[in-house]
Ligand binder design. Structure first.
Ligand SMILES: NC(=O)C1=CN([C@@H]2O[C@H](COP(=O)(O)OP(=O)(O)OC[C@H]3O[C@@H](n4cnc5c(N)ncnc54)[C@H](OP(=O)(O)O)[C@@H]3O)[C@@H](O)[C@H]2O)C=CC1
Ligand SMILES: O=C(O)C1=N[C@H](C(=O)O)C[C@H](O)C1
Length: 273
């Protein structure tokens, strides 16, 4: 640890992503784990965050007190639940620090609250923090633009572990937005998120979603562009949660030097156009 290390707080410390983040922060030069926050009443409060994440004692006990945790902190990384992320966006704005939000399943109202918080905080939010998926988004936008909507139908298929609670995944929606940008259409009004029963033929120009859940799958996504007699498939398979955690830490370090505002991983990775 050096004096210039960015002091990061992990909220949701006992979760799948929380534990991965603690390990990646411990391994990454230029950042240090300043505090780790768990849900009030959780059995993990008071336990050492490093022990929890399997990297040995770090001398950082898990707390449920955000005010104590935020003292002198420079950034908070948050992969939790929509209501928790909204609450932490208010705290990050008050503290004028970086807020990296990986939480998915957020509503339109939640997104408005994050944008309001970004008047004072440097917010980086993405449905997927990995380099590979963000590149896939760029490729999806290009393919959707190149292949005419009249002959090419777009379907997005995702599979995740059985514990995931939101659908479609944040990544599937990110890819859907990229395809919609390529086509110059509005995703919200042009998407088919569920099919069941006698649906009739596929409405032209829409973007379809299909969701699979099971086992321990970290996150698989495919964008299918289906034409007459041929299919183009663009896909990504996450093998390890550390890809998301490394992206989140890179986002925190990048945002440290930025003005308050609302940013995406495309900004962090220099992929925005
Ligand atoms: N953008 C990206 O790249 C990625 C996003 N995600 C998203 O991140 C989120 C979390 O995923 P995952 O780690 O698998 O989920 P987990 O359920 O394993 O972890 C969430 C953690 O947040 C904790 N938590 C909930 N509420 C609070 C609170 N008020 N204060 C402190 N801690 C709280 C939970 O505690 P408790 O269990 O005690 O309630 C739990 O430990 C999901 O929305 C997921 O989709 C996941 C991977 C990558
Ligand atoms: O819940 C998960 O696990 C994941 N969630 C994100 C999503 O909703 O796309 C990212 C990743 O696929 C893992």
């Amino acid at each position: 640890m050096t004096t210039n290390d960015m002091k990061l707080v992990v909220v949701g410390a006992a979760g799948r992503m929380g534990q991965t983040l603690i390990r990646i922060i411990h391994e990454t030069p230029g950042v240090t784990l300043h505090a780790a926050i768990g849900r009030e009443g959780s059995a993990f409060i008071g336990k050492d965050a490093g022990e929890l994440a399997g990297v040995g004692q770090l001398g950082v006990p898990v707390t449920s007190d955000p005010l104590k945790a935020f003292l002198d902190a420079e950034g908070v990384i948050d992969f939790t639940t929509p209501s928790t992320s909204v609450a932490y966006s208010v705290l990050a704005a008050q503290a004028r620090i970086v807020h990296v939000i990986g939480t998915t399943g957020c509503s339109v109202e939640d997104e408005e609250k994050f944008k309001a918080a970004s008047r004072h905080a440097r917010v980086v939010k993405s449905g997927n923090m990995s380099l590979g998926v963000n590149l896939l988004g760029v490729l999806t936008q290009q393919a959707a633009k190149a292949l005419p909507a009249a002959g090419w139908d777009i379907e997005i298929v995702e599979m995740h572990h059985k514990h995931k609670v939101d659908a479609p995944s944040g990544t599937a929606l990110l890819l859907g937005e990229a395809a919609a940008r390529g086509r110059g259409i509005d995703l919200a009004s042009q998407s088919v998120r569920v099919r069941d029963g006698h649906t009739g033929p596929r409405p032209g120009g829409t973007i379809g979603f299909a969701t699979l859940r099971g086992g321990s799958v970290v996150g698989d996504h495919s964008v299918l562009l289906a034409g007459e007699g041929e299919i183009v498939t663009l896909s990504h398979s996450a093998r390890d949660r550390s890809i998301f955690a490394r992206g989140a830490v890179a986002a925190a370090l990048w945002a440290r030097g930025e003005k308050p505002g609302f940013y995406s991983m495309l900004d962090v990775l220099g992929l925005s156009n």
